[in-house]
Write a protein that binds this ligand. Structure first.
Ligand code: GSH
Length: 205
């Protein structure tokens, strides 16, 4: 199996956390920030990473890669539980990719592109408002559990990169949500987080 990925990309990072949790070794091809790898351009009509190659099969949407890996490695227990629990994991995965990603991205892009300059306070304020709203929903969803499902799952694989990126770019977890703060600390201690943490983030010294 070969994975084309950019270490700081949340879609790619999610796949790498999954692979680490599933204790699966793969061949990695690193793609640099701002550069297009020729294989990615020829393999993926969207020219985005991640791209997973398995024999003749090419998968280029991260959510589909996760579904494929979940089927391939059921023993990882990352997409595990009753149909209701699995639906909840999938819903959180989708929420992370779409809602959380979209709410944070304009501000993160702005910080990356204005390295060393003062940030747009209006953009920061509206992003923070959305970010607090997202944390409120996630705090309600996790309640007093250790993880969003019965154990560490695809929901964590997807959400942990988003939280880490938010924190790295100056958007912290609010003290209003101690259950999320505890959850994040719990996830940060895992080998899969420590091993896959990107060495650098664009625009951050
Ligand atoms: N929906 C896609 C989104 C992937 C995506 O947007 N990847 C970004 C990096 S985070 C990318 O490759 N952008 C194009 C580029 O950097 O050239 C997925 O889930 O795989």
């Amino acid at each position: 199996m070969r994975l084309y990925h950019r270490p700081d990309c949340p879609f790619c990072w999610k796949v790498r956390i999954f692979l680490h949790e599933a204790q699966t070794e793969i061949e990695e091809v690193f793609v640099e920030f701002g550069k297009k790898h020729p294989d990615v351009v020829s393999l993926n009509p969207n020219a985005t990473v991640p791209v997973l190659i398995e024999g003749d099969l090419v998968i280029y949407e991260s959510a589909l890669i996760i579904e494929y890996l979940s089927d391939m490695f059921p023993q990882s227990m990352l997409m595990h539980g009753s149909p209701l629990e699995i639906a909840n994991i999938r819903q959180l995965h989708s929420y992370s990719d779409s809602k959380v990603g979209k709410a944070l991205f304009p501000y993160i892009k702005h910080v990356r592109e204005n390295q060393g300059c003062s940030v747009d306070e209006g953009l920061k304020r509206t992003t923070l408002e959305a970010w607090v709203g997202i944390q409120g929903k996630l705090s309600e969803s996790i309640g007093n559990k250790d993880f969003f499902s019965a154990d560490f799952s695809v929901a964590e694989c997807a959400l942990i990169p988003r939280f880490t990126i938010a924190i790295t770019y100056g958007l912290h977890i609010s003290n209003q949500f101690p259950n999320l703060l505890d959850w994040y600390e719990r996830c940060k201690k895992r080998e899969s987080f420590i091993t896959t943490l990107p060495r650098s983030f664009p625009g951050i010294k």
